[in-house]
Design a binder for this molecule. Structure first.
Ligand code: HEM
Length: 120
Protein backbone atom coordinates (compact mmCIF):
# COMPACT_ATOMS: atom_id res chain seq x y z
CA UNK A 1 0.00 0.00 0.00
CA UNK A 2 1.62 3.25 -1.00
CA UNK A 3 1.81 6.30 1.22
CA UNK A 4 -0.22 8.72 -0.93
CA UNK A 5 -3.01 6.22 -1.29
CA UNK A 6 -3.25 5.80 2.48
CA UNK A 7 -3.13 9.57 2.97
CA UNK A 8 -5.99 9.96 0.51
CA UNK A 9 -8.02 7.30 2.32
CA UNK A 10 -7.55 9.20 5.57
CA UNK A 11 -8.73 12.46 3.99
CA UNK A 12 -11.77 10.64 2.51
CA UNK A 13 -12.48 9.36 6.04
CA UNK A 14 -12.31 12.91 7.43
CA UNK A 15 -14.61 14.04 4.59
CA UNK A 16 -17.08 11.31 5.53
CA UNK A 17 -16.90 12.25 9.23
CA UNK A 18 -17.84 15.80 8.19
CA UNK A 19 -20.78 14.44 6.20
CA UNK A 20 -21.79 12.22 9.13
CA UNK A 21 -21.73 15.16 11.57
CA UNK A 22 -23.74 17.35 9.19
CA UNK A 23 -26.35 14.75 8.28
CA UNK A 24 -26.43 13.20 11.74
CA UNK A 25 -27.05 16.51 13.48
CA UNK A 26 -29.70 17.30 10.87
CA UNK A 27 -31.41 13.93 11.51
CA UNK A 28 -31.42 14.59 15.27
CA UNK A 29 -33.25 17.91 14.73
CA UNK A 30 -35.69 16.24 12.30
CA UNK A 31 -36.47 13.46 14.80
CA UNK A 32 -36.97 16.06 17.55
CA UNK A 33 -39.28 18.02 15.19
CA UNK A 34 -37.32 21.22 15.76
CA UNK A 35 -36.68 21.90 12.06
CA UNK A 36 -33.93 24.47 12.64
CA UNK A 37 -30.23 24.43 11.79
CA UNK A 38 -27.65 24.07 14.57
CA UNK A 39 -23.98 25.10 14.89
CA UNK A 40 -22.99 21.42 14.77
CA UNK A 41 -24.29 21.27 11.19
CA UNK A 42 -21.91 24.10 10.35
CA UNK A 43 -19.01 22.24 11.95
CA UNK A 44 -19.76 19.14 9.86
CA UNK A 45 -20.08 21.24 6.73
CA UNK A 46 -16.75 22.96 7.44
CA UNK A 47 -14.99 19.64 7.93
CA UNK A 48 -16.49 18.19 4.73
CA UNK A 49 -15.50 21.39 2.91
CA UNK A 50 -11.85 21.36 4.04
CA UNK A 51 -11.38 17.66 3.35
CA UNK A 52 -13.21 18.04 0.01
CA UNK A 53 -10.82 20.80 -1.02
CA UNK A 54 -7.80 18.65 -0.16
CA UNK A 55 -9.26 15.77 -2.17
CA UNK A 56 -9.91 18.05 -5.13
CA UNK A 57 -6.46 19.66 -5.39
CA UNK A 58 -4.39 18.32 -8.29
CA UNK A 59 -1.46 17.08 -6.20
CA UNK A 60 -1.77 13.41 -6.87
CA UNK A 61 -4.15 12.66 -4.00
CA UNK A 62 -6.99 12.27 -6.50
CA UNK A 63 -8.61 9.01 -7.37
CA UNK A 64 -7.00 8.84 -10.81
CA UNK A 65 -8.71 11.57 -12.81
CA UNK A 66 -10.70 14.29 -11.04
CA UNK A 67 -14.22 15.11 -12.23
CA UNK A 68 -14.16 18.93 -11.97
CA UNK A 69 -17.74 19.24 -13.18
CA UNK A 70 -18.91 17.11 -10.27
CA UNK A 71 -16.59 18.87 -7.82
CA UNK A 72 -17.83 22.30 -8.99
CA UNK A 73 -21.46 21.31 -8.54
CA UNK A 74 -20.73 19.86 -5.08
CA UNK A 75 -18.98 23.10 -4.14
CA UNK A 76 -21.95 25.23 -5.28
CA UNK A 77 -24.37 22.95 -3.38
CA UNK A 78 -22.16 23.19 -0.28
CA UNK A 79 -22.15 27.00 -0.43
CA UNK A 80 -25.96 26.99 -0.67
CA UNK A 81 -26.18 24.62 2.34
CA UNK A 82 -23.84 26.93 4.25
CA UNK A 83 -25.98 29.96 3.43
CA UNK A 84 -29.15 28.15 4.54
CA UNK A 85 -27.53 27.08 7.82
CA UNK A 86 -26.20 30.60 8.39
CA UNK A 87 -29.55 32.27 7.73
CA UNK A 88 -31.38 29.71 9.86
CA UNK A 89 -29.08 29.96 12.89
CA UNK A 90 -28.85 33.76 12.85
CA UNK A 91 -32.63 34.20 12.44
CA UNK A 92 -33.23 31.73 15.30
CA UNK A 93 -30.90 33.81 17.48
CA UNK A 94 -32.93 36.93 16.65
CA UNK A 95 -36.11 35.12 17.67
CA UNK A 96 -37.64 34.88 14.17
CA UNK A 97 -36.95 31.32 13.03
CA UNK A 98 -37.05 30.45 9.33
CA UNK A 99 -39.84 28.25 7.92
CA UNK A 100 -39.22 24.46 8.09
CA UNK A 101 -38.69 24.44 4.28
CA UNK A 102 -35.17 25.83 4.92
CA UNK A 103 -34.47 22.89 7.18
CA UNK A 104 -35.74 20.27 4.72
CA UNK A 105 -33.72 21.86 1.95
CA UNK A 106 -30.54 21.54 4.04
CA UNK A 107 -31.13 17.79 4.41
CA UNK A 108 -32.09 17.32 0.77
CA UNK A 109 -29.05 19.20 -0.54
CA UNK A 110 -26.76 17.28 1.82
CA UNK A 111 -28.14 14.01 0.45
CA UNK A 112 -27.82 15.37 -3.07
CA UNK A 113 -24.09 15.99 -2.55
CA UNK A 114 -23.56 12.54 -1.06
CA UNK A 115 -25.55 11.07 -3.97
CA UNK A 116 -23.46 12.97 -6.51
CA UNK A 117 -20.28 11.69 -4.84
CA UNK A 118 -21.36 8.08 -4.78
CA UNK A 119 -23.48 7.68 -7.93
CA UNK A 120 -21.94 10.07 -10.51
C1 HEM B 1 -22.31 18.61 2.04
C2 HEM B 1 -21.25 18.50 1.29
C3 HEM B 1 -20.63 17.19 0.83
C4 HEM B 1 -21.05 15.89 1.01
C5 HEM B 1 -22.28 15.39 1.74
C6 HEM B 1 -20.06 15.03 0.37
C7 HEM B 1 -20.10 13.63 0.36
C8 HEM B 1 -19.11 12.81 -0.13
C9 HEM B 1 -19.08 11.38 -0.02
C10 HEM B 1 -20.17 10.54 0.66
C11 HEM B 1 -17.93 10.94 -0.63
C12 HEM B 1 -17.44 9.49 -0.74
C13 HEM B 1 -17.65 8.96 -2.12
C14 HEM B 1 -16.89 7.69 -2.36
O1 HEM B 1 -15.98 7.37 -1.59
O2 HEM B 1 -17.22 7.05 -3.34
C15 HEM B 1 -17.24 12.10 -1.14
C16 HEM B 1 -16.06 12.07 -1.85
C17 HEM B 1 -15.43 13.18 -2.38
N1 HEM B 1 -15.82 14.50 -2.25
FE1 HEM B 1 -17.42 15.14 -1.22
N2 HEM B 1 -19.08 15.82 -0.20
C18 HEM B 1 -19.40 17.15 0.06
C19 HEM B 1 -18.68 18.26 -0.34
C20 HEM B 1 -17.57 18.23 -1.15
C21 HEM B 1 -16.89 19.38 -1.65
C22 HEM B 1 -17.29 20.84 -1.35
C23 HEM B 1 -15.86 18.93 -2.43
C24 HEM B 1 -14.85 19.71 -3.20
C25 HEM B 1 -14.62 20.97 -3.14
C26 HEM B 1 -15.88 17.49 -2.40
C27 HEM B 1 -14.98 16.67 -3.05
C28 HEM B 1 -14.95 15.30 -2.96
C29 HEM B 1 -13.96 14.46 -3.61
C30 HEM B 1 -12.82 14.95 -4.50
C31 HEM B 1 -14.24 13.13 -3.24
C32 HEM B 1 -13.44 11.89 -3.62
C33 HEM B 1 -14.17 10.90 -4.41
C34 HEM B 1 -14.72 11.43 -5.67
O3 HEM B 1 -13.96 11.92 -6.51
O4 HEM B 1 -15.95 11.37 -5.83
N3 HEM B 1 -16.93 17.09 -1.61
N4 HEM B 1 -17.98 13.24 -0.83
Amino acid sequence: MDFLETLRDIVVLVHLVGFAILFGSWAVEAAAKRYQATPLMNAGLGLAFLAGLVLSAPWGLGDGELNYMKIGIKLVVLVIIGALIGISTSRAKKGSPVPPAFFWLIGALTLLNAGLAVIW
